[in-house]
Design a protein around this ligand. Structure first.
Ligand SMILES: C[S@@+](CC[C@H](N)C(=O)[O-])C[C@H]1O[C@@H](n2cnc3c(N)ncnc32)[C@H](O)[C@@H]1O
Length: 251
């Protein structure tokens, strides 16, 4: 076995089994796209887009839209470009490897799913998105919240502080306090969470199946075991994930 082959495959294995890098299934994704309508002629920016799966779905769903996906992870942007080409929407999307928090071009719709840490938290994200949104503009925010008060095991597994997330009601209140209006709210089901975590682990497990004797195998096995344990013994059912479709306040 060529060690370089296993090292290359390791880099790609982390997200290889995931469709979205968030707890989200296809039917739920379609409901999120619908929540953003009207989309005719709209410009969409997806900040911290990963491989831009949701953005590409918006573009496919509404052929008059144009989009930009921004992420600082080059392999994710490369995957997004390949997917855009394969779906025939590449001429309506720009995919750039940049800092999302520094983005300043205006849009009708901004998507920020699982990437508020780029701004340093939810409140800063809500403030940062505001000047980007045209009048009537919408923000689709995907954000964690505490389903239950976090246990020490949950906090340790996530490497999080208690005040890093609000309750669901607290999260909505934060958005309203920043002047946004809430037009749709949904949360990831436990089934979506389990599928997300399980697929995340599966990327590494498939690599281990293929390269059991690679020099990195012991480290990868330990990492995936620690991740699975942190999920199942720590934050499963404790950390929730909400999707909020918000209308931006007037500037
Ligand atoms: C949990 S993933 C979510 C990806 C995508 N929104 C999705 O739902 O599939 C968070 C993403 O934010 C990106 N990210 C984090 N900080 C960033 C920053 N400052 N600028 C651009 N992207 C960032 C990461 O590279 C990662 O792709």
């Amino acid at each position: 076995m060529d060690t370089n082959d296993s090292a290359d495959a390791l880099g790609g294995s982390r997200y290889s089994e995931l469709e979205f890098n968030a707890p989200l299934d296809r039917a739920h994704a379609q409901r999120l796209v619908a929540s953003l309508r009207p989309l005719t002629g709209a410009s969409i920016v997806d900040l911290g887009c990963g491989w831009a799966e949701l953005l590409l779905r918006v573009l496919e769903d509404e052929p008059t839209t144009r989009g930009v996906g921004v992420d600082r992870d080059a392999p994710s942007i490369a995957r997004a470009r390949l997917n855009a080409e394969a779906r025939g929407v590449h001429d309506r999307v720009r995919l750039v490897c940049e800092d999302a928090a520094a983005w300043s071009d205006e849009a009708d719709v901004a998507i920020v799913i699982g990437s508020s840490h780029a701004w340093g938290g939810t409140q800063a994200t809500l403030q940062g998105a505001r000047p980007l949104l045209r009048p009537g503009g919408r923000l689709l925010l995907g954000e964690g919240f505490w389903e239950r008060p976090p246990t020490p095991d949950a906090l340790a597994a996530l490497g999080a502080r208690v005040d890093e997330f609000a309750t669901l009601a607290g999260l909505v209140d934060l958005c309203l306090a920043q002047g946004y209006r809430l037009v749709a709210l949904s949360t990831a089901s436990l089934a979506e969470w389990d599928d997300f975590e399980s697929r995340y682990c599966a990327g590494r497990e498939r690599w281990l199946l293929r390269y059991p004797d690679a020099p990195q195998a012991a480290r990868v096995r330990a990492e995936v075991d620690a991740h699975r344990s942190g999920w199942l013994h720590g934050y499963r059912g404790v950390l929730g994930f909400a999707y909020l479709t918000l209308v931006a306040p007037p500037r």
